[in-house]
Design a protein around this ligand. Structure first.
Ligand code: IPE
Ligand code: IPE
Ligand code: MG
Length: 226
């Protein structure tokens, strides 16, 4: 089977990675960012054109203020310092989720990185921040209601999701061995192949990506046909 066009990653296991080493969870997230950077380069090498990354869910607000603000700081640093990296590798950065809930300084950084990378084409990324799959669908329906739509089609919904410029994910990879979706792209993954490797996200690298692609290549997708 050909390689997936869109891989959706659920970045899980940062906390356990840190715990195993007796480190604070925030350090696990810091290592997780390095794994994102490695994965972006590996995706480009392997000519995968779309990737999305679930990095902060609408339910992650349940965590401690310390962890949440640590994540915001990390995102601010990563996306402001990363602009040169994204541009030198022709990576377009977009965001899925309600960013208006974030502190203004973070919102400004996120807006800037998406503006400054908007013409890049080699790898199109969607970072899912304050994202939930159900929320995505409700957000799409509310956009349609604003247009006074009376009858909503499947296509209407797809075209109003945060992922409207992406093909549906062919492949979902959730690291850390947890076998659940945790409210991720529920509409978009109807026919995605799912894979749950045990590796913790901060340890993810090109070798694991290649192994994942090998798993994908053995799957037989039928989409309801034969
Ligand atoms: C994933 O790692 C990153 C976020 C959800 C922000 P976790 O923080 O969920 O790590 P575990 O699941 O506790 O190991
Ligand atoms: C899913 O991971 C969300 C992200 C990776 C951002 P969680 O660690 O929050 O999910 P649960 O709580 O194990 O379902
Ligand atoms: Mg987790």
């Amino acid at each position: 089977m050909t390689n997936p066009k869109h891989i959706a990653f659920i970045l899980d296991g940062n906390g356990r990675w840190a715990k195993k080493r007796g480190l604070p969870r925030t350090l696990g997230h810091r290592e997780g960012v390095k794994a994102i950077e490695r994965t972006l380069l590996a995706l480009i090498d392997l000519k995968i054109p779309y990737a999305s990354f679930y990095a902060f869910s609408t339910d992650n607000w349940k965590r401690s203020q310390e962890e949440i603000f640590g994540l915001f700081d990390l995102a601010k640093q990563y996306f402001s310092k990363g602009i040169d990296f994204f541009n030198s590798h022709d990576i377009k950065v977009t965001f899925f989720g309600d960013l208006s809930a974030f502190p203004m300084d973070l919102q400004i950084v996120l807006k800037e990185v998406s503006n400054k990378t908007k013409n890049n084409k080699t790898l199109v990324t969607g970072f899912c921040l304050n994202y939930g799959g159900r929320e995505d669908i409700v957000h799409a329906i509310n956009s349609l209601l604003k247009e006074n739509k009376k009858l909503i089609t499947l296509d209407d919904i797809s075209k109003n999701l945060y992922s409207k410029n992406f093909p549906d994910p062919d492949f979902v990879i959730r690291t850390s061995g947890e076998q659940r979706l945790s409210n991720f792209q529920l509409w978009q993954i109807s026919y995605s192949e799912l894979y749950f490797p045990k590796v913790l996200w901060p340890d993810f690298n090109k070798k694991y990506l290649l192994k994942s692609l090998k798993v994908f290549s053995k799957r037989k997708r039928r989409f309801g046909g034969y």
